[in-house]
Design a binder for this molecule. Structure first.
Ligand code: XMP
Length: 521
């Protein structure tokens, strides 16, 4: 098994995670500068970190107070690595404590925008103005800087908003440069990477493809690989990358569970069989899934049935094909980060899919290949484009493994699936036509088994309801309901009611996550 992941370059920044909700953002901001960054928990031993040969270390923020019992502590040995260090928020306090500064726990957290004033010329603040808007979110603050550290910026609430020991290349900021609201945060990150660490921006998708292909070839040798292809972005990109690396020794199994969007099986077959010459094995198991779901209306039961049956069908097909050396998965970085921060319910759901016991067993024996394991979703999309995939495919919205079953409240029946497919198709078509598809994280229809009275022509109707769900999000951990123009909503509603038999009412879901979830079940 490839320990360091496929496509990881030599030069990397290690982010020690102290549990901040922004830790992933730090990694993304660094990667946006074409420098590879990886998140590891703060307790990872200095020896293991040294083995990764990092070019720089960033200490993330975190929710703890530095003097609190069991507060996460820095390991002294990391300083022996002699690489530049940037501490952010809690990371700053950890640095200050280590070098003998003084920290005060504020009675109230400072949260929100603040203005810092730059007090001393510093490489960290190159090209910045004297006063800058930043984002603060902290309880502790440093009140006495450690010896040999200079104060380089102050704010109204925190005299010590940033410090440096330029000689040892150790820097600390109280605010969050990785957050969008820190107006020139990206410049600060650039300064750290290029002015202070002297790194080169060489981590591009082309370089990722090249090194991934090398790594996959080395790992697979003459072996064969089996991949479950769903037609979604992640598994499609995985397929294209693997195909480039090992050609027709890749076999993809596409299972139609009968819970897919309108015409989806035909589209997937067309896309991959005709256009890419992929070894695609199509399994129509829809009847089997639908019969197992008969009479089941509990959301968790539905999920369990579908998850279990998927594995059954998949493994059965695999056995039919004969011996396989590897199983490939389109797992992404957010699913594997050993993050210290608490994970949301969607992570549990996802890990459920990529980490079922059968797969875990294979992972343990080193038989699983996950070439996207180091990438964030937006990077996977970029990779897809670099591999020559169409924008239409690469920018598809996520679709849940249990499919339309979690978008039909109550029992799943063929009739309800058909209604939902039609309504969803109209909705997505109109959203695309209005040019809004790319700006939304997801948009889909939900079937509600509620009947209400209507009037069509001169006749009374008594039919079901469709709910429109449209959300914006960056990672599905939180989401906002999206504002759709009135005229567009009117068209969608009219079309669904007029064109979809069985629906006489359309409603709009205006719930954010949390406390709601994106999917209804
Ligand atoms: P929720 O409904 O938890 O969904 O807010 C968060 C994101 O995850 C997707 N989702 C799933 N994806 N298997 C998947 O691969 C699943 O079982 C599953 N359930 C939800 C959902 O569409 C949203 O993007």
């Amino acid at each position: 098994m490839i320990e360091h992941g496929i496509g990881v370059p030599q030069q990397k920044v290690i982010i020690l995670d102290f549990g901040s909700q922004y830790t992933q953002l730090i990694a993304r901001r660094i990667r946006e500068q074409k420098v590879y960054a990886e998140i590891v928990p703060f307790y990872k031993s200095a020896k293991e970190i040294a083995a990764e040969n990092p070019a720089a270390i960033v200490l993330s923020g975190g929710p703890s107070s530095i003097y609190e019992r069991n507060a996460p502590q820095l390991q002294e040995e990391i300083f022996a690595l002699n690489v530049p260090i940037l501490g952010i928020c809690y990371g700053l306090c950890a640095l200050a404590k280590h070098f003998g500064g003084k920290i005060e726990s504020a009675a109230r957290r400072e949260y929100g925008r603040a203005i810092i004033e730059i007090k001393k010329k510093s490489a960290l603040f190159k090209s910045l103005k004297k006063k800058e808007t930043v984002w603060m979110s902290h309880g502790d603050k440093v009140i006495v800087p450690p010896r040999n550290f200079d104060i380089i910026a102050s704010s109204e609430n925190a005299e010590i908003a940033a410090i440096e020991n330029a000689h040892r290349k150790i820097y600390g900021v109280q605010f969050h440069p990785e957050v969008y609201h820190t107006v020139n945060g990206q410049q600060i990150i650039k300064n750290f990477l290029f002015e202070i660490c002297k790194l080169t921006p060489s981590w591009t998708m082309e370089s990722f493809i090249e090194s991934s292909i090398d790594a996959i070839r080395k790992e697979v040798g003459n072996g064969t690989v089996l991949l479950g292809l769903s037609g979604g972005v992640d598994s499609s990109v995985t397929a294209m990358l693997l195909q480039r690396a090992i050609g027709d020794r890749l076999y993809c199994v596409f299972v139609n569970n009968g819970l897919l969007r309108k015409n989806e099986p035909e589209k997937v077959i067309e896309r991959f069989k005709r256009h890419t010459k992929l070894n695609l094995i199509y399994v129509d198991a829809s009847k089997r899934f639908l019969s197992l779901l008969k009479g089941v209306d509990d959301p968790e039961k539905k999920r369990r049935i579908i998850g279990r049956e998927f594995i059954n069908v998949f493994l059965k097909e695999a056995r039919k094909l004969g011996r396989f050396d590897f199983l490939a998965q389109g797992t992404l970085y957010p699913d594997v980060i050993e993050s210290v921060s608490t994970k949301g319910p969607s992570d549990t759901i996802k890990s459920h899919h990529n980490r079922v016991p059968e797969v875990l067993k294979l992972i343990k024996s080193g038989k699983v290949i996950e070439p996207l394991k180091e990438l964030f979703k937006d990077e996977v999309r970029e990779l897809g484009l670099a591999l020559g995939m169409s924008e239409e495919l690469v920018y598809r919205h996520p679709f849940p493994g249990p499919g339309l079953a979690v978008r039909i409240v109550g029992e799943v029946t063929p009739h309800r699936i058909k209604i939902l497919q039609e309504a969803d198709d109209i909705l997505v078509e109109e959203i695309k036509f209005a040019g809004l598809y790319r700006s939304l994280w997801q948009v889909f229809a939900v079937f509600l088994p509620v009947r209400s009275v209507g009037v069509m022509g001169d006749k009374r109707t008594y039919e079901n309801v469709i709910a429109i769900r449209a959300v914006t999000s960056v990672d599905a951990m939180t989401a906002d309901w999206a504002y759709l123009p009135e005229e567009l909503l009117r068209r969608i509603s009219n079309r669904i009611i007029n064109e979809v038999k069985g629906i006489n009412r359309v409603v709009l879901d205006i719930s954010s996550k949390p406390p709601s979830t994106i999917e209804w079940e």
